[in-house]
Design a protein around this ligand. Structure first.
Ligand code: CUK
Ligand code: CUA
Length: 769
């Protein structure tokens, strides 16, 4: 039976929404009118109510999604699907100053390949750091498939801190996946290639081309990957595809599947059938089973050799030590996913209609009893499919990836060819529900779905190239993330979100309250290195130094600051050919007082969040006038946050020595300004009295505002002294201008004070005296 609008309306009333003609002060239209006008069904209204987040509302989950070829990480909320940030990772991004300030250029430089800057990434799989198999919200890792790299992003400030290049591979797809205590980050090769950078003819593919799997050591204290303590399994030149780490009973092991174990090398131009024919001719490929725990012990015992500064375990050694096994897996498999209890491993064949569920118990027994059906051409023992298999389930054509529910035994698999999501029970081996999906689903993701304790609730289907879902925007289509409610027995589609970025292969979702991002940096902070910057400047201690070496090469180095509403220094002077290094520290402590710094003609754009110190280095190779300014609308006088870099020609002699002023001021102007200032001070005093008579110290946000306001009042005092000194000399121009500057500082202090007062009022501060 169809629900009436009245019923839907009363259901919404239960959610706190006031509807209907009588109660809708905000609109003359009723819900019924809107539904009719926009052609919405009751189901649509229900979906809207499940996702709509009123102004100021927060999301329950935060999604960290790969940004595909953009080389970025996308951050959005569930269930609202509102995009919050694109974190710059492998690609320069000006808003965040990434790739524009010296500090982040150093991070990008870590990702150079053979000395070349690589300024994009084909990102596929983000992974959140784990403690005891549960997401801990500290870090997120992201891989670049095109260039075998991994980035470390700190969730304290959502900034990329490190880029690591795999020293062996030429591409990498099977990462990032973390072991249950983030001991290691898994990173598997995709397209086999020689481990060296030498030329090796394709004719030597079987012997000299290799696949591999790296366990990158994560130093949990430093929050960085340490390649010198990482180890790589040399693997046959099968195209290793995806990985997942064991957990619970399978803790200490990793699983990596593969395709093209035919080791077919294409070459249409050589008269050979193409790659895709040769790479899918066999019925099975291989699941690689690796024992990382034992490998780590071997490394520790000094039994593994280093190559390229990192440990390398040859196939022979891995086999001899019992670290490496293969299990056939059907038909060009793609996903491999370990169940939350760690007892089963789910693999899906892209060209098949089944998910294949392997039993860890059976695999372990086979290894223990040396029950193998033979060896592969590289001498790796093979456990027979039927020995390891628990069951296979017919889920639909082209299954790819699997995720898990909070309900025991419930899994969801993306079905690429049939474009649907299949909900199934991996204990009983039966299909529970199927939901058609818009188009071309790749990965799918449940809330905390990779952890030992998935939350269920929602599922996001990551669909590719949404041809008919959105208003067309040219031949390159947005991607489509579809939000699905999985809390009931039947899946319900809630929302389509276009992704205008790149092809996001995979995403992970974490409970929002597990994230505790900072709101400011400690003063003078190099955020990329997590330490105090040597270039930190303090208020009143700003300086510009020009030094020349013996060869007459000169450097102008600026140790400056930003605070509403000016940049110190306001004038920088250099001579043609000088190297200019500008270090700026944002002195603000209020959480939203970010400043930017952009300059004409030198590709300079910094983002200075409160407390941060960032630097720009360039050569002033052309004489001229280069204005600079703040790029964030930080206050009413933001536009006045400006300055000039003056680059003089070599040997320039000044002819005009006196500044031409635009306006001249009188004693009356000065006195009028002073009167205003004294009145303003009265307002400030009242605000200060309010704040200090309350328990403001219990509110860190207010403490930061008060600190900033105190700074401003300190500056005001200095400016007042200068004004009075000028007035004493009868220099009315300077007296008036300093009096005006005194007032500017007062206004900023008052603004901060009023924000603090409002905050206290809104957050129930108590009167203490
Ligand atoms: S992959 Cu693209 S849909 Cu790189 Cu995990 Cu499956
Ligand atoms: Cu600082 Cu605009």
């Amino acid at each position: 039976m169809k629900k009436t609008t009245q019923q839907v309306a009363s259901a919404l009333l239960g959610l706190g929404l006031a509807l209907g003609a009588g109660s809708s002060a905000w609109s003359a239209e009723t819900l019924k009118d809107v539904m009719k006008r926009r052609g919405l069904s009751e189901k649509d209204i229900l979906a809207a109510a499940k996702t709509y987040t009123p102004s100021g509302g927060r999301d329950e989950y935060i999604v960290l999604s790969s940004g595909g070829q953009s080389g970025q990480l996308m951050v959005y909320g569930v269930p609202s699907m509102r995009i919050l940030k694109y974190v710059a990772v492998f690609t320069p991004e000006p808003w965040q100053g990434y790739g524009f300030d010296d500090e982040s250029k150093a991070v990008l430089a870590q990702g150079r390949i053979n000395g070349k800057d690589i300024t994009y990434g084909d990102t596929h799989h983000p992974a959140i750091s784990e403690t005891n198999g549960d997401y801990d919200g500290r870090y997120v890792f992201l891989n670049d498939k095109a260039n075998p790299r991994v980035a470390v992003i700190d969730l304290h400030d959502f900034e990329t801190k490190q880029i690591v290049v795999n020293p062996f591979f030429k591409s990498a797809h099977g990462g990032t996946f973390v072991t249950p205590n983030t001991e290691y980050v898994m990173h598997a090769a995709q397209y086999a290639a020689p481990f060296s950078d030498d030329y090796v003819p394709l004719e030597e593919f079987n012997d000299k081309y290799r696949g591999g799997l790296t366990y990158m050591k994560f130093d949990n204290k430093k929050g960085r990957i340490d390649m010198s303590q990482s180890f790589t399994f040399e693997l046959p030149p099968y195209s290793q595809d995806l990985s997942d780490a064991g957990k619970g009973p399978s803790y200490g092991w990793g699983f990596t599947n593969s395709f093209c174990s035919e080791r077919y090398v294409g070459g249409i131009e050589r008269g050979r059938p193409p790659f895709e024919a040769g790479c899918s001719s066999k019925d099975t490929d291989f699941l690689h089973v690796t024992n990382w725990k034992k490998a780590a012990e071997l490394v520790k015992a000094g039994k593994v050799k280093k190559v390229n500064g990192s440990y390398m375990i040859p196939i022979k050694q891995a086999v001899k030590e019992g670290l490496l096994y293969l299990i056939p897996e059907p038909k060009s498999p793609h996903g491999v996913d370990v169940t939350p209890d760690g007892k089963r491993i789910v693999v899906s064949g892209k060209l098949d209609s089944h998910t294949w569920v392997y039993s860890w118990d059976k695999i372990q027994k086979a290894i223990k009893n040396k029950q193998f059906e033979g060896k592969d051409p590289y001498g790796i023992p093979i456990i027979a499919l039927k020995t390891a298999l628990d069951k296979s389930v017919n889920v639909g054509l082209g299954p790819l990836h699997t995720q898990f529910d909070s309900k025991p035994c419930v899994a969801y698999t993306s079905i690429y060819v049939d474009s649907m999501i299949t909900k199934w029970d991996y204990c009983k081996g039966k299909v529970l529900d199927q939901l058609p999906i818009h188009y071309n689903v790749g990965h799918l993701m449940t809330m905390e779905g990779d952890s030992v304790k998935p939350d269920g609730k929602y599922l996001v289907a990551l669909n590719k190239l949404a041809i008919d879902r959105f208003n067309p925007v040219g031949p390159l289509h947005p991607q489509n993330h579809q939000l699905i409610d999985i809390s009931g027995d039947k899946m319900q589609l809630l929302y389509d979100m276009p992704v205008p970025l790149g092809e996001p292969h995979y995403a992970v979702a974490i409970k929002a309250d597990k994230l505790k991002p900072g709101i400011r940096y400690r003063s003078g902070w190099n955020s990329r290195e997590d330490k105090r910057s040597p270039y930190k400047a303090r208020a009143g201690r700003e300086k510009t130094v020009r030094t020349c070496d013996d060869n007459g090469k000169c450097t102008v180095e600026v140790f400056g600051t930003t605070i509403r509403s000016h940049i110190t220094p306001e004038i920088i002077e250099a001579v043609e050919g000088d190297t200019v290094k500008i270090h700026l520290t944002n002195l603000e402590r209020a959480e939203d007082e970010v400043h930017g710094f952009a300059m004409y003609g030198h590709n300079v754009q910094l983002s200075l969040e409160p407390g941060k110190t960032a630097s720009a280095t360039f050569v002033a190779d052309k004489p001229g006038v280069y204005p600079y300014y703040c790029t964030e609308f930080c206050s009413a006088l933001h536009l006045e946050m400006q300055g000039y870099l003056l680059v003089k020609p070599k040997g320039y002699k000044a002819t005009k020595v006196k500044m031409e002023e635009g306006t001249n001021y009188t004693k009356a102007d000065y006195e009028k300004q002073v009167k205003t200032n004294l009145e303003t001070q009265k307002v400030i005093d009242q605000v200060v009295a309010f704040i200090t008579s309350h328990n403001y110290k219990d509110f860190p946000t207010v403490v930061a505002l008060v600190e900033d306001a105190t700074d401003q009042l300190g500056f005001a005092k200095d400016a007042r002294a200068k004004a009075e000194a000028a007035a004493a000399k009868g220099d009315w121009n300077n007296a008036m201008l300093w009096a005006n500057q005194w007032w500017q500082y007062q206004v900023k202090a008052a603004d901060l004070g009023l924000r603090a007062k409002t905050y206290l009022e809104e957050h129930g501060a108590k009167k203490i005296k």
